[in-house]
Design a protein around this ligand. Structure first.
Ligand code: NAD
Length: 480
């Protein structure tokens, strides 16, 4: 593929060693708003994976030796090219993922900003000792061939969030999008051929076999995985056989702790926003809302008011605030929580029923004070249904917020910033916010505690995650 190749958004191909690779068998994704099939994509074979790994290894030899500044220049030019196609990527994202226009705009902008932001981070060698006899230097060297496994909720941002740091640090990368949302990832890799030598950025489009093939392949050196905790455990198991490096960005069960001194209406609006954004399909959605008993009833009424103002529908239409669930599997899983409304006697204060529709639509639903050990509190539904809980004592609410195997995000809401900061510091999560939630940056590390992940991505820590550490002892005397 030459730099002059036109990029069109009608057909989608996998790229191995700079070339389009077709397969005998194909499959397709669905637009979740109307269940209509989208374009055909390849189903990669094990032979395709072997070829991609061979090409990646050859490309790594040269790419890893390209100076950092030159790699950075190529990465920034790539960001500019995505920017020029931002409307096409945005519309593709809406049609494959389902999110409404403003949220698709935000993800597309973030996908570009994340590349540029990470390209601005320096990763110099550190001198840790310097004296007359020796210099000790810590260096960060690329690991090799990275397998990037991407989920279906942020197919654009989570792909560029892996491609950029891998390439900046001198690795080569094979991108595997989710079979539910292959289109943005494949197009990103096709476009990348105009900026990087063959074999540096490749894609494989597969079915459910491809992930396990990738994580067990002896030629892959690192897996950068974003997805569910259950799959993350399988990834570690499989990668352990060849001691691959792994970074895991997994599920969450984020609590919000709301103190009694807040502006009830304004905070309820924000809490509802972060609970239902992307129809509850974000690792960092608020999944447990703890409100102080003194304001519980008024906060509940405000949450319901905001929840009922949402417009659920096809994300491509203007005015829609919440799109469909992305796929049938997820839709059916979320439905089981709605079954529990009757089975467990939960009390929905808004929503609560799923109406038949042409797409996978579910109206935001809030459950009033279910038991702390109920599924809706303990599990991650990954859909638009959230428990509202009350608390009285600060120690007790911190204990309840931390009483989970997850540890991705958490937020504290109060007018007393110092108290909120104190509570925030006691929460067991990789990302803690005061008076906001889900506020991210390409220059800040992102990762989960406990079963929400291993390692971090983004920021300087994220770049280091794509590197081996090398300690270089430079003796200042010759042996004579
Ligand atoms: P998933 O784990 O089902 O799939 C994620 C990716 O892994 C897909 O590309 C899938 O094809 C692949 N995969 C599936 N089985 C595999 C296996 N055995 N080996 C290797 N790869 C395999 O997750 P999902 O349903 O796509 O995404 C939703 C989950 O992801 C939620 O739990 C959410 O919280 C989490 N998530 C986490 C973050 C984060 O940054 N922490 C971000 C987004 C989503």
């Amino acid at each position: 593929m030459t730099p002059s190749t036109e990029i069109n958004f009608d057909n989608f191909v996998q790229i191995i060693n700079g070339q389009i690779r077709t397969t005998a068998a194909t499959r397709h994704g669905l637009n979740p708003a109307n269940r209509q099939p989208k374009a055909k994509v390849a189903i990669a074979t094990q032979g395709d994976l072997d070829d991609a790994v061979t090409a990646a290894k050859a490309a790594f030899k040269k790419w890893s030796r390209v100076p950092y500044e030159e790699r950075k220049k190529a990465v920034l030019a790539y960001a500019d090219a995505i920017d020029q196609l931002r409307t096409e990527f945005r519309d593709l994202l809406i049609s494959e993922q389902g999110k409404p226009i403003p949220q698709a705009d935000a993800e597309t902008d973030a996908a570009i900003e994340w590349i540029r932001g990470m390209a601005g981070i320096e990763l110099p060698e550190d001198v840790v000792e310097e004296n007359e006899t020796r210099t000790i230097v810590t260096r960060y060297t690329p690991i090799g061939v990275v397998g990037a496994i991407v989920p279906w909720n942020f197919p654009l941002l989570l792909a560029t969030g892996k491609i950029a740091p891998a390439l900046l640090t001198g690795n080569v990368i094979i991108v595997k999008p989710s079979p539910f949302t292959p289109y943005c990832g494949l197009k990103l890799v096709e476009l990348a051929q105009q900026f990087f030598p063959p074999g540096v950025v490749q894609s494989l489009s597969g079915d459910d076999n491809l992930g396990p093939w990738l994580t067990s392949h002896p030629g892959i050196d690192k897996i950068s995985f974003t997805g569910s905790t259950a799959t993350g455990k399988l990834v570690v198991q499989s990668a352990s056989k060849t001691l691959k490096r792994v970074t895991l960005e997994l599920g969450g069960n984020d609590p919000a702790i709301v103190l009694p001194d807040v502006n009830v209406d304004k905070v309820a609006e924000k809490v509802a926003f972060f609970a239902f954004l992307n129809s509850g399909q974000i690792c960092l959605n608020l999944k447990r809302i703890y409100v102080h008993e003194n304001i519980y009833e008024s906060f509940k009424a405000a949450l319901v008011r905001h929840g009922e103002s949402y417009k659920v529908g096809d994300g491509s239409e203007s005015g829609i605030s919440h799109g469909p669930l992305q796929n049938e599997m997820q839709y059916n899983r979320v439905k089981t929580f709605f079954d529990d409304i009757k089975d467990q006697g939960w009390n929905p204060i808004t929503g609560g029923e799923i109406q038949p529709s042409s797409g996978y639509f579910i109206h935001p639903t809030i459950i009033d004070r279910p038991a702390d050990d109920s599924r809706i509190v303990v599990e991650e539904p990954f859909g638009p249904i959230v428990p509202l809980l009350s608390w009285r004592d600060e120690e007790e609410v911190i204990e309840r917020a931390n009483n989970t195997s997850m540890g991705l995000g958490a937020s504290v809401w109060s007018n007393d910033l110092s108290k909120a900061g104190e509570i925030g510091r006691r929460l067991e999560a990789g990302n803690v916010w005061i008076n906001t939630h889900f506020d991210l940056s390409p220059i800040a590390p992102f990762g989960g505690h406990k079963e929400s992940g291993v390692g971090t991505e983004w920021g300087i820590n994220g770049l280091k995650g794509f590197c081996n550490v090398q300690t270089l002892f430079l003796n200042k005397h010759v042996v004579s």
